[in-house]
Ligand binder design. Sequence first.
Ligand code: SF4
Length: 468
Amino acid sequence: MTDARKLYVKSFGCQMNVYDSRRMADTLAPHGYIETGTAEDADLVILNTCHIREKAAEKVYSEIGRMRRLKEAAAAENRNLLIAVAGCVAQAEGEEIIRRAPAVDLVFGPQSYHRLPDLLVRAAQGERAIDTEFSADDKFGALAAPTAPAIRARGACAFVTVQEGCDKFCTFCVVPYTRGAELSRPVDGVVAEIELLAEAGVREVTLIGQNVNAYHGLGPDGRAWSLARLLQKVARVAGVERLRYTTSHPHDMDDDLIAAHRDLPKLMPQLHLPVQSGSDRILAAMKRRHTRADYLRIVERLRRACPSLALTSDFIVGFPGETEEDFAATLGLVTEVGFSGAFSFKYSPRPGTPGAEMAGQIDETIKSERLQILQHAIDASQAAFNRTCLGHSFDVLFERPGRHPGQLVGRSPYLQPVQVSAPQSLIGEIAAVTITEIGSNSLFGTLADRTEAGATAPTKTTLVATGA
Ligand code: SF4
């Protein structure tokens, strides 16, 4: 073991990047790196970048500029600060980053972090190392190898990547270009990782992937297993009390997965199911492979399987060619489904995607106006859903202390943050809570009699009754 060096990983973007950042830290722990919460005292800074949002590359260069100044300050104190750029921007712009940003010591893509120790050796020898090889297979193999770095739990909830990449090629999205083709981790490796996390105190596991319900990992029987089958297996891991999965594509919501929402009590009654638009014309231009009616049919089947299911979604406004009528169809869908929350964004062209070349790009002012109207509708839908929780009792998994002394923050089955006066000893535990107040960003409650939990969860019926 070498002298302890400090590692600061700054994660941008989605939960998959958060997961990768944690695995990078786990990979470097046996090499003497301990995590620090600030870049100022770090020996190695990793910027784990995301390419989804607008001007992603520019934001990365500006962050590199900030790190360059820290590197200069460290050099003045006779310290060497290494700067690494990882993730999807690194994958897309590897050579360009090396050319444009001399302060950067190494660049590696999302499929290369298991080779990080070797890259660091090369960087320490003065080489500006770059590794943007494109095989998630190698990485998943390395994660499952007997020599794999120990997985460390960080709290009661954990994300576990089970699938990467995407073959759908929606016309607005860069994921198929930055993360490559769909690839699923073998079942045994996923289960072994979750067993370790559960032993370390993890109670809630979220299986993640860019298109997680396209999962088709190799099972122990030599056949491809579906996500539903994987969920059934993971539900049997001792200590795991709650399961979720994200992000799903409507096209891949198969019968078994819908049935899992009825049959697996550990599968939480909350699902993130991006729809992107409520207009069939726009859905076709996006190449989403589903219509508005398909989406509504899936929602109906899911709610029949699990009447208390809360649905969240993603929306894009101002896709090329979107008319007022198309936008009205999106607004109508928000009202019709009654989402418990949603992310919404203005369309912004990603270089290299078909959408960027389409005619009928929408004026920024119109996009902003539509976004504001949509967000208002989503907020109203979310508030209506939250109101249905008032007076109900359900299980909350406590994750951390709250802002006020004696307060804990946990998550409801529907993923809402819940603040409760409760003893610290409940962190990492699940306890029944009765909701007494609805805040703008979280719910407030009191510890309830455990026997009440789950019995009075809000349902779509109660949501309709409150006028959503
Ligand atoms: S399914 Fe999701 S990840 Fe795949 S291309 Fe479409 S938006 Fe991107």
